[in-house]
Write a protein that binds this ligand. Structure first.
Ligand SMILES: [Mn+2]
Length: 476
C-alpha cells in the first residue's frame, strides 16, 4: 500500500470516529455538515477571523500584526515589497500533523477525509480566503498538493488542469504564485529519485511531470519555479554511480531551461539546497555545493537558489551563512522562511520566531537589494499539537512579525552606523595603495616578500567581536 493511502486510511478512520462522537464538523458526502445542496462549502471557511490588520507593538490582539505594516516604507521600500510573503499550500492546507510515530492530529472543518477532485477544489477556496484575510499576495504549491494523482499521467494532468482553472479564477488580478513546483518524492516510483533515478522510464516520467508543472506555474502567472531534489541523492555509494547521476541531473535541468524558454516562461528557476533527509546525502547539499554543480555544467546563469533556513542548519551552517554564500555568488533568489529546533536533529519546518536570526536574515536581504522576483515563502508548519484553525493565522502572523522586526532592526543598525564602521575599520589596512595593488591582482610574491622584510613583525589588531555583538544586541 502506498504511504499516501495509509495516511488517507488514518484520516478516514479518524473522521469517522470524530463524526460518531460529535467532534469537529466535517463535510463528507453522506452527512449534511456545512455543505450546500451543490456539495460546495457554505459561507466562510474561517468564520470569526477578520482581515488581519496592523495594530502596532502595544497590541495584545493575537490576530493583528504588531510589527509588519505592509505599506510602511523602511529603507526606501514598502515592507510588503521587501518581503513578498507567500503561503505554502502543502503545509497550510495538506499538513495533517502526522509524523513517523503517529497519526494525523488536524481535522480542519472543510476536510472530508478524501483526496477527491471536489475536495481539492474546496480546499483551494479555503486557501484563497486564508490568503485574503492574511493580506498577502503570493502562494506556493506542488502539483500533487493541489490536485489528486490519477491512474495515468494524462489523468493526473487533467485533474491538475481542473483545479488550476479554479485557482486562476480565485486568484483575481492581485494574487499569483511566488512559485510552483513538482512533487517528485512522495510517489513510490520516485524511490530512487526523479532526475537521478537509475531507471530511465522514471527519468522520463519526472520530466513529463516537471514539464506540466512549469506550464501551470506559467499559466497562473508564477514568478519563479523551484526544484527541490527530494530524493535526488543516494543512500549508499556502493550501489550508486554518482558521476552518472549528477550528469543526468544536469541534463534534466538543461531540458527544463530549454522548455521554459520555448513556452515563454520568464520566471526564475530556483534550486533549493538541502543536505540530507530523506536520502543520506542529497546532491544539492548546500549553497556552495549547488553553485559548484551549476558552474561545472554551465548552468550558473540560468538558476538562482531558494535558501531554506532549516536546511541551512541541517547542513551545519547558519541561515545567514547560506544567504551570504548565495548572495556573493549572485544566486540569492528566494527564501523559504522557517527555522529548526536546536535540540531536534531533523527538518522541523517551524515558523521563525527568533528576532536575532531574523535580523541576520534581513541583513543579507537588504544587502541584496531585496529578493524580487523572489520573496519569503512560509515553508513552515504548525506543531503537531497545535490543532485550532486560528493557529494557522497566529503562526503566519508571528512569522511575518518576526521578519518585520528583523527588517526594522537592520534599519536601526544601518542608521546607527557603528557596526558597518567597525567592519570598515577592520579592513582599513587594505584601503591603501598597496592594498589596492593586492586587490587588483598586481602584487606578486617577490614584491610582498620585500614589503614583509621592510615592515617587520605585523601589529595585529583586535577583531572586536564582543563589541560587534553588543552593538547588534542593542538594535534588537
Ligand atoms: Mn522548502
Amino acid at each position: 500500500m502506498k504511504p499516501v493511502e495509509i495516511l488517507l486510511l488514518f484520516l478516514c478512520f479518524n473522521v469517522f470516529t470524530f463524526g460518531a462522537i460529535g467532534g469537529p464538523p466535517t463535510c463528507p458526502a453522506d452527512l449534511d455538515g456545512e455543505c450546500g445542496d451543490s456539495g460546495e462549502w457554505k459561507g466562510e471557511f474561517f468564520p470569526g477571523i477578520p482581515k488581519i490588520k496592523y495594530e502596532g507593538p502595544s497590541s495584545k490582539n493575537p490576530l493583528a500584526f504588531k510589527w509588519y505594516n505592509a505599506e510602511e516604507v523602511i529603507l526606501g521600500k514598502k515592507m510588503k515589497d521587501w518581503f513578498r510573503f507567500s503561503v505554502a499550500f502543502w503545509h497550510t492546507f495538506r499538513g495533517t500533523g502526522a509524523d513517523p510515530f503517529g497519526a494525523p492530529t488536524k481535522y480542519w472543518p472543510w476536510e472530508d477525509g478524501t483526496n477527491s477532485l471536489a475536495m481539492a477544489k474546496r480546499r483551494m477556496r479555503a486557501n484563497f480566503e486564508f490568503i485574503d484575510k492574511l493580506g498577502v499576495d503570493f502562494w506556493c504549491f506542488h502539483d500533487r498538493d493541489i490536485a489528486p494523482d490519477g491512474k495515468t499521467l494524462e489523468e493526473s494532468n487533467a485533474n491538475l488542469d481542473e483545479v488550476v482553472a479554479l485557482a486562476k479564477e480565485l486568484q483575481g488580478s492581485k494574487i499569483h504564485p511566488l512559485w510552483g513546483t513538482a512533487q517528485l518524492f512522495l510517489h513510490p516510483r520516485y524511490m530512487h529519485g526523479g532526475a537521478t533515478s537509475s531507471e530511465l522510464s522514471v527519468y522520463a516520467y519526472a520530466a513529463a511531470q516537471v514539464k506540466k508543472a512549469i506550464e501551470v506555474t506559467h499559466y497562473l502567472g508564477g514568478e519563479n519555479y523551484v526544484f527541490w531534489g527530494g530524493r535526488e541523492g543516494y543512500q549508499s555509494l556502493l550501489n550508486t554511480d554518482m558521476g552518472r547521476e549528477l550528469d543526468h541531473l544536469a541534463r534534466f535541468l538543461e531540458a527544463a531551461v530549454a522548455y521554459k524558454k520555448k513556452i515563454g516562461f520568464n520566471g526564475t528557476l530556483l534550486i533549493e539546497p538541502k543536505p540530507q533527509e530523506p536520502t543520506k546525502h542529497q546532491y544539492d547539499w548546500d549553497a556552495a555545493t549547488t553553485a559548484n554543480f551549476l558552474r561545472k555544467y554551465g548552468l550558473i546563469g540560468e538558476f538562482k537558489l531558494n535558501i531554506e533556513c532549516n536546511h541551512a542548519t541541517l547542513s551545519g551552517h547558519s541561515c545567514h551563512h547560506e544567504l551570504e554564500t548565495a548572495r556573493l555568488n549572485g544566486l540569492l533568489g528566494n527564501i523559504d522562511a522557517n527555522t529548526g529546533d536546536p535540540q531536534i536533529g531533523w527538518d522541523t519546518d517551524q515558523f521563525l520566531t527568533d528576532i536575532g536570526e531574523a535580523t541576520m536574515v534581513m541583513f543579507s536581504v537588504v544587502k541584496n537589494g531585496g529578493l524580487a522576483p523572489g520573496g519569503f515563502n512560509f515553508d513552515a508548519k504548525l506543531r503537531r499539537e497545535s490543532t485550532d484553525v486560528e493557529d494557522l493565522f497566529i503562526a503566519h502572523i508571528g512569522g511575518m512579525d518576526t521578519l518585520a522586526r528583523g527588517l526594522r532592526n537592520v534599519a536601526k543598525i544601518i542608521e546607527d552606523g557603528s557596526l558597518p564602521e567597525l567592519v570598515r575599520k577592520r579592513y582599513s589596512s587594505f584601503d591603501t595603495e598597496i592594498g589596492a595593488l593586492i586587490e587588483a591582482g598586481k602584487a606578486d610574491f617577490e614584491f610582498l616578500e620585500k614589503k614583509a622584510i621592510e615592515w617587520g613583525e605585523p601589529k595585529v589588531p583586535s577583531a572586536k567581536q564582543e563589541l560587534a555583538e553588543m552593538i547588534f544586541q542593542l538594535a534588537l
